[in-house]
Design a binder for this molecule. Sequence first.
Ligand code: HEC
Ligand code: HEC
Length: 504
Amino acid sequence: MSSLHLLLPLALLPLLAACSGSSGAANAAAGGSKQSALDRQLRSLIAARGLTGDPAAGRELPGIDDPLAQLGKRLFFTKALGGQFDSSCASCHHPNLGGGDDLVLPTGVDAEVPHLLGPGRRQAFGTPGFDGGPTVPRNSPTTFNLGLYDSSMFWDSRVESLGKTPGMNGGDGLGIDTPDSFGFGQADPAAGDNLVMAQARFPVTSRDEMKGYFFEFGSWNDVIRDHLAARMGGYGVGAGEISDSWLPYFRGAYDSLGSAEELITYENISRAIAEYQRSQVFVDNPWFDYVKGADFAISEAAKRGAVLFYSDPAAGGAGCYQCHTGDFFTDEQHYTLAMPQVGRGKGDGHLNGPEDYGRFYETGHPDHKFAFRTPNLLNVAVTGPWNHCGSYTTLEAVIYHHCQPVDAVANYDFNQLPPEVQTTYTLQVTNDALNQLLIYRASGVKTIQDVPVTPQGLADLVEFLHTLTDPCVLDPDCMEPWVQRDHGFDQHLLLAHDQGGEEL
Ligand code: HEC
Ligand code: HEC
């Protein structure tokens, strides 16, 4: 399929079959009852895959009006949790940017203008480690629908539930393994109530995301957290570092008259941040309306795309559901896809820098080299750029890579990246990952298979993925309850100058 030219306008090729070699998946519909034949085929696939259209069913998730979620919103937006006061969670996970930052790769601390977000946010010249490009080696995932994960957090699942009980978000009492655990597979006794709370203990300890180079230099994670909590509470080592008083907010949210030392602990900070994030449930989309019976909720093209998504390659489909499983579109397992590796990398491999071994770095398991967790696909149209390092900036390209990875890497279009993203070693280190993928294929380790794909099939799959967008996430008025406007001493967050500088 190397002759396939993705840059051709898709509209010029309407007559191509959806998937060449298709034994009928998308061609089954024919004649006058065209639509109903397609609907019948899709509805039988929906039944076969056990879909319900209700991924949040049976879960206990807070609303944004929950007092803890309200406190968490304030904490999520304050740069006071950044060691050097210049980076907040929202700097990389803004609700009006799809719960991410709209960047290939993020820059956290030492941004040129700390309150500017999105394309154009960049590291200030001359600050530590400056090379002109982004400082964080992986793409910011969305914070939407985090309460639906049961197994893990992060691209490499380094925060992982030991129980993985369905419906519990890691809160099954069986323990959560984190980077603070004493060994792989060991519970971290301080992890907290669920996966999202366990995760919220780590960004503040990351030098490039929030801590900065000099704040608590060389300190243990708990020393960093305790210092930040003391800062927020105005006591001990943090006394006098900020002028705002957070105690009334903590008293209100935790319904207690306790002192700052008692209430403003990092445990209580991370619980509130987690409840705010867990309130970001955005699952009202046209696809789920269709699954629940509304035949006209999605377009014909989206239906054809869904048939490809839910059909096996042997039946002319693309087999996407094999990993993007169920109503949450993920099996929470790890696979090697050899997506082009851009940016600084995690410092793995012989080049000691621009590689990223992903899950392998956590487990050392021979099947995990360059493997990343299957991301969920809800609202995926608004969470780009895509993959663990953001190296695809269109859905067409990231889907095409799944179908024809060798061709996709060989013809990778560097022009889709902003010029500052580091790419010197991209071909070299991506080929390492690609060779690993081919070894896995040959030895039967589960990974992507070559799937014949046409421009029409790609366009249909893209159309299908667009039906996974909850209209709320496109509407600033609908998202307003999740945005903190009163930042105290913080400045309001703006889109970067490259995008006009309007308020987010
Ligand atoms: C500089 C940008 C940056 C900042 C600031 C930041 N994050 Fe992130 N966040 C990331 C990146 C990059 C990842 C992926 C890292 C990885 O998987 O190795 C991530 C991952 C996550 C995840 C995992 C999501 C998933 O699907 O597994 C959560 C949850 C999260 N961040 C929440 C937060 C919270 C809460 C804060 C503030 C305490 C925060 N982040 C601050 C960039 C940032
Ligand atoms: C073998 C498992 C597997 C199959 C099959 C699979 N995917 Fe993926 N998908 C993944 C993994 C793993 C990633 C993340 C890879 C990375 O970041 O390097 C991913 C990433 C994605 C992304 C980017 C999401 C994001 O948030 O960055 C999209 C979109 C996507 N897949 C769609 C599809 C479609 C459409 C199909 C069918 C053509 C498909 N996938 C088939 C495992 C799979």
